[in-house]
Ligand binder design. Structure first.
Ligand code: GLA
Length: 429
C-alpha cells in the first residue's frame, strides 16, 4: 500500500530540509507502468474499502476519487493569466465513507490510512485554519461548503492515496477535490465544477497558507481520459486536446528530492510577477506582449524582467504546443518543452540541479534514441520531469535515465509511463 498523501511541492507547511529525499515511499510511481488507470484506481478502491471495514466495522456506502496531475507545459503562468496544458494522471486520492449515528452533534471521523492518524472534525461549526496539519485541506473545503449553507451529516471516512508526496503532482489538490466531491454527495449539493475548483483553491490559500494558482484543482476536476486540458486561466475555459498515439507516450521521472526553498519562493515569484506587471502599467499579463516587455525593460529590475519574460513566453509556448499536439508534430512539441524548461530554469529560477540533470540526459538521448522533449513539471525545486518519448524506446529510455541519475546523484529515480486519466468521480453511492 502506498502512502503518499496530503502534501505537494508548493503545499508543505513548514518546509523541509534542503535537498531531502522527498518521500520514502514514492516508489509507488513505479507501479504505474503496466497498470491501466482502471486497475490502479480499482485496487486503491479495494484497499480503501478493506481499511474502512477493519476500522469502522461496516462497509462504506460512498466512495469518491480525485487524481493528481502532470502539466505538459505552461508552468507558473496559471496565477499570471496564462494558459496551462495539464492532464489528470492515474494516481488518486480515494475516500471511503459511511454516515454515523450521532444525536447531539455532527462530526466527521476521518482516518488517514497512510499517516495512521484519525481526526475528528465538527461539521456544523466554522473551522479554524491550522496550516501545519494535513486535515487543514479538509477543513478548508468544509469552510467553503458551510459558506454555502451546506448540511453535512455525521460520517466516518478513510482516506487513501497513491499520488506521490512532494513530487509536484498535486497530491493536495487531489485531496481537496476528493473531499469536495464527497461533501457534494453527502450534502446533496452539486456545485458548478468551476465553482468547485475555486472553492478548493480558496481552501488551499486560506487553510494551508499556499497561494497556488488554479491549474491543479481544475485539472483534478476536469481531467479527461486520453486528453490534455488546455486551461485558459482568465476565462477558465477548458479545451480538451486529444492525446492518444501508437507512436509516443509521456514519461514521468521523479527526482525524489525536494528543496527547502519551495514554500517561500513560490509566494516570492507571485509577488515579483505582480510587481513587474504593475510597473509595465498593465492589469493582466494577457495584455503584455514580447514587444511591450522589451519597450519597458528599463522600468523593471533584472529579476522582474526575467520573471515577466518567462510568463509571456511560456503562455505563448503553451498555445503553440497545444496546436502542435493536435497535429501530432511531436518534434515541435519536444522543442517547446525544452524551451519551457530553460525558461523555468534560467528566467524563473524554479529548477534545481537534479531536474536540470534529468532534462540534460533526455536531451542527449535525443530523437534518435526516442526522446522528443523533456522538462520539469509543476512548481519545481525538485519533483518530476515529464518527457515525450517514442513508445518503441520506452524501456531503454527509462533504464538510461535511472542509471545515469542514480549514478550522479545517489538518489533513486522513479520513472513511469503515464496516460491522461479521468478527473474526480464518485465510485460508489
Ligand atoms: C503548483 C501550483 C499551481 C501552479 C504550479 C506551477 O503546482 O499549485 O497552481 O502554479 O505550481 O505551474
Amino acid at each position: 500500500m502506498s502512502c503518499n498523501e496530503y502534501s505537494d511541492d508548493t503545499s508543505r507547511p513548514g518546509g523541509s530540509p534542503s535537498r531531502t529525499l522527498a518521500n520514502s515511499d514514492t516508489r509507488s510511481l513505479d507501479s504505474g507502468l503496466g497498470l491501466s488507470s482502471e486497475a490502479s484506481l480499482s485496487s486503491l478502491r479495494d484497499q480503501a474499502e478493506a481499511v474502512f471495514y477493519k476500522r469502522f466495522g461496516c462497509k462504506p456506502q460512498l466512495l469518491v476519487a480525485a487524481p493528481g496531475r502532470v502539466n505538459l507545459i505552461g508552468d507558473h503562468v496559471d496565477y499570471n493569466d496564462g494558459f496551462a496544458l495539464p492532464m489528470a494522471i492515474d494516481k488518486y486520492v480515494v475516500i471511503a465513507c459511511a454516515p454515523k449515528d450521532e444525536c447531539s452533534s455532527s462530526t466527521a471521523s476521518v482516518f488517514s490510512a497512510c499517516l495512521n492518524e484519525e481526526v475528528c472534525i465538527p461539521l456544523n461549526e466554522y473551522p479554524a485554519p491550522d496550516e501545519r496539519r494535513w486535515d487543514s485541506y479538509i477543513k478548508g473545503v468544509l469552510a467553503g461548503f458551510l459558506d454555502r449553507s451546506a448540511k453535512i451529516p455525521s460520517l466516518n471516512a478513510v482516506i487513501l492515496s497513491n499520488v506521490p508526496l512532494g513530487a509536484g503532482l498535486s497530491s493536495s489538490a487531489a485531496l481537496e477535490v476528493a473531499v469536495a466531491t464527497l461533501f457534494e454527495a453527502l450534502a446533496e449539493m452539486r456545485l458548478d465544477p468551476k465553482e468547485k475548483a475555486l472553492l478548493c483553491q480558496r481552501a488551499e490559500h486560506q487553510f494551508a497558507g499556499v497561494p497556488c494558482g488554479i491549474m491543479d484543482q481544475f485539472c483534478s476536476i476536469f481531467g479527461m481520459r486520453d486528453h490534455l486540458i488546455l486551461l485558459d486561466c482568465v476565462s477558465h475555459e477548458i479545451s480538451p486536446v486529444p492525446f492518444e498515439s501508437d507512436e509516443v507516450i509521456l514519461l514521468v521521472a521523479n527526482t525524489n528530492v525536494q528543496h527547502e526553498l519551495i514554500d517561500g519562493e513560490y509566494a516570492k515569484r507571485r509577488d515579483e510577477c505582480a510587481s513587474a506587471l504593475s510597473k509595465l502599467g498593465a492589469s493582466s499579463y494577457r495584455a503584455v506582449t514580447k514587444e511591450r516587455l522589451e519597450a519597458n525593460r528599463d522600468s523593471l529590475s533584472p529579476p522582474e524582467r526575467r520573471r515577466a519574460r518567462h510568463v509571456v513566453s511560456e503562455s505563448h509556448r503553451t498555445i503553440l504546443a497545444s496546436d502542435a499536439l493536435r497535429r501530432k508534430q511531436w518534434a515541435r512539441v519536444g522543442e517547446l518543452m525544452y524551451s519551457s524548461h530553460s525558461s523555468l530554469s534560467r528566467d524563473f529560477d524554479v529548477s534545481c540541479n537534479e531536474l536540470d540533470l534529468l532534462v540534460d540526459i533526455a536531451r542527449q538521448l535525443g530523437p534518435e534514441c526516442g526522446v522528443y522533449g523533456s522538462r520539469m513539471t509543476g512548481g519545481g525545486f525538485g519533483g518530476c520531469t515529464v518527457s515525450l518519448v517514442k513508445k518503441l524506446h520506452l524501456e531503454a529510455i527509462m533504464r538510461v535515465l535511472q542509471h545515469q541519475y542514480e549514478d550522479e546523484t545517489g538518489f533513486p529515480l522513479d520513472v513511469s509511463a503515464i496516460s491522461p486519466s479521468q478527473g474526480a468521480q464518485v465510485l460508489k453511492n
